[in-house]
Design a protein around this ligand. Structure first.
Ligand code: C2E
Ligand code: CA
Ligand code: CA
Length: 534
């Protein structure tokens, strides 16, 4: 069976020897005569053969096509005679000749086995090249083949690859997290910045899933975030862009990340998807909070100064009760600021600003004057002095002056200093405390157990009272380790001759247990809240 130009099918002489057929081209040597007889059915076969859109044919071991269907002419523009007149390698792109030769020798080695998928480029009559993909069945002395012109397919693939590669380059080069979802809202792409921000190792862990259910399923406070309320879900379907300045994504390890994001619709293979760019705003938020705090402090600075001028600082009193008698032994004076509207402001709100902006020493002096005035009227009081004032000669002198001026009995006064305050400079703290004690005042170590050097201070400072911090007292009846700690503190204090005061007593069982553990004095809401002095 053989064929030639398409007109051969429409009734031309089918039985011609090769010499005659190539005669018009004239260039090829005779390839030996191959004669066949054709029945009616083989005539239909030839028709079929020429109608096939695939490139069909056969080749001889010496490197010539011996049989080609009409599709060849349609694809390459050469007549079949022209194609058969020269070794087929003559039509192969020079860069593909070596590989083609290698494939042919492989074929010889694999005799009889169909061979798929090899591609090379064939020159057309107009001088450009078509990419041909081969399926070859070697037979004795002949290789039959079905080939396809895959030029357009490959060009489209290359175009797609280039577009995808460009998209990937763009997506990977942005510092922000970026993802793309398909028309059904599933992730089809996530860049490495995004993967890193969300705490994953590889995009494979999230691809194919809905981003909302993976890392946007809860609000900042941990409550569920239903997907039908998610602004991102609408972007693809409605084509509307979205920008959210502050929201929360959840990392794989369960840690929330504050983020801002923008989303726009994007065309994907099966419809409108969306592209989302997101940004970790932790630093922005921290910075914002810092600025807010700074503004608040500056406002407090002004408010404290005004309050001092307008006499709006007050001292509340809280009873400290003797556990053996149940009677109030003395009061701790606790600072309050009265706003212009009459509201009571607690020290945790304004003392940090006072310390930061250098107003604390003046406040401490004021407190000292009030405390010593109360002592002069026969009241037993404890008052707090800030870390900044410890060791200041001015403060010591102020105490001495006030004692002299009012004639107050120093034994009625206890100065409370936190561990962290003496920690700054132990030598200085010790000189300060020694001087106070020599004046006749008492010294209490506040918030005992919260610092690092509790025991050192206990040994080196002339302390009368140890105030057991509220955090150990509040868990006393429920937490065995708090109980063990309080027991140990009481034991150590007693053996060093110090008196103990428990802070933050809020209920009767705690009070009873403290008494049983040998604590001498107690203070807390259960015994009396801080209140304005009567
Ligand atoms: P602090 O000296 O340890 O005072 C005890 C704090 O515990 C007080 O808070 C008091 O109101 C609170 N408290 C008392 N009983 C209970 C209780 O049963 N439960 C709980 N949860 N809390 C209780 P406050 O008055 O807000 O004072 C806070 C801190 O401010 C004081 O801690 C002290 O370090 C400082 N401070 C207070 N007044 C002054 C002052 O006049 N001068 C200086 N420099 N600092 C002061
Ligand atoms: Ca105190
Ligand atoms: Ca305390």
């Amino acid at each position: 069976m053989s064929s030639r130009a398409p007109d051969a099918v429409s009734g031309g002489p089918l039985e011609q020897d090769r010499d005659e057929r190539v005669g018009t081209g004239g260039a090829a040597p005779p390839r030996g005569s191959r004669r066949s007889r054709h029945s009616r059915s083989s005539l239909s076969m030839i028709r079929l053969f020429d109608l096939s859109p695939d490139l069909l044919g056969a080749a001889s071991p010496d490197g010539y096509f011996t049989l080609l269907n009409a599709a060849w002419q349609r694809v390459l523009g050469w007549t079949l005679d022209e194609l058969m007149a020269r070794p087929f390698l003559a039509f192969v792109h020079p860069d593909d000749v070596e590989e083609t030769t290698a494939e042919i020798s492989k074929l010889a080695a694999h005799g009889g086995v169909a061979h798929y998928g090899f591609e090379n480029r064939y020159r057309t009559r107009t001088g450009d090249y078509r990419r041909i993909e081969w399926t070859i069945v070697p037979d004795i002395d002949t290789a039959y083949f079905v080939a396809k012109d895959v030029s357009d397919k490959r060009a489209a693939e290359a175009q797609r690859d280039r577009a995808a590669q460009m998209m990937r380059t763009v997506i990977e080069s942005v510092a922000d997290g970026l993802w793309v979802t398909d028309a059904r809202g599933r992730l089809i792409l996530m860049n490495h910045a995004g993967i890193r921000l969300l705490g994953y190792d590889s995009p494979d862990e999230v691809l194919g899933r809905n981003p909302h259910t993976v890392f946007h399923h809860r609000h900042e406070d941990g409550t569920p975030y239903p997907i039908d309320q998610c602004p991102l879900a609408d972007v693809g379907p409605t084509g509307r862009r979205v920008h959210v300045g502050e929201d929360t994504f959840w990392r794989r390890d369960g840690v929330p990340v504050p983020v801002s994001y923008s989303s726009a619709p994007i065309a994907t293979a099966e419809g409108a998807g969306s592209v989302v760019a997101f940004h970790d705003i932790t630093l922005v938020q921290t910075e914002r909070a810092r600025l807010r705090a700074q503004v608040a402090e500056a406002e407090w600075f002004d408010e404290i100064r005004q309050a001092m001028i307008e006499n709006r600082l007050e001292l509340f009193e809280q009873p400290i009760v003797d556990l053996s008698s149940g009677r109030t032994y003395k009061h701790e004076l606790l600072l309050r600021l009265r706003s212009r509207q009459g509201a009571v402001v607690e020290p945790r709100l304004f003392l940090p600003a006072a310390e930061k902006y250098g107003l604390i020493e003046e406040i401490d002096r004021w407190v000292i004057t009030q405390a010593i005035t109360l002592a002069a009227s026969g009241r037993r009081v404890a008052f707090n002095v800030s870390a900044e004032s410890i060791g200041k000669a001015g403060i010591l002198m102020h105490i001495e002056d006030e004692l002299a001026r009012t004639g107050a009995e120093p034994g009625l006064l206890t100065l409370e200093v936190t561990e962290t305050a003496v920690m700054d400079d132990l030598e200085e703290g010790k000189r300060f405390a020694d001087r106070l004690v020599s004046l006749g005042c008492s010294f209490a170590l506040d918030d005992f157990g919260t610092g690092y050097g509790s025991l050192t201070y206990l040994r080196q400072l002339p302390i009368t009272y140890v105030k057991i911090d509220a955090q150990f007292v509040q868990g006393l009846t429920t937490d065995p380790s708090d109980r063990a700690l309080v027991e140990a503190i009481v034991h150590i204090a007693q053996s060093l001759g110090k008196r103990t005061i428990a802070e933050g007593v809020e209920d009767e069982p705690t009070l009873r247990l403290l008494r049983d553990l040998g604590v001498e004095l107690a203070q807390g809401y259960h015994l009396g809240r801080p209140a304005p002095s009567s």
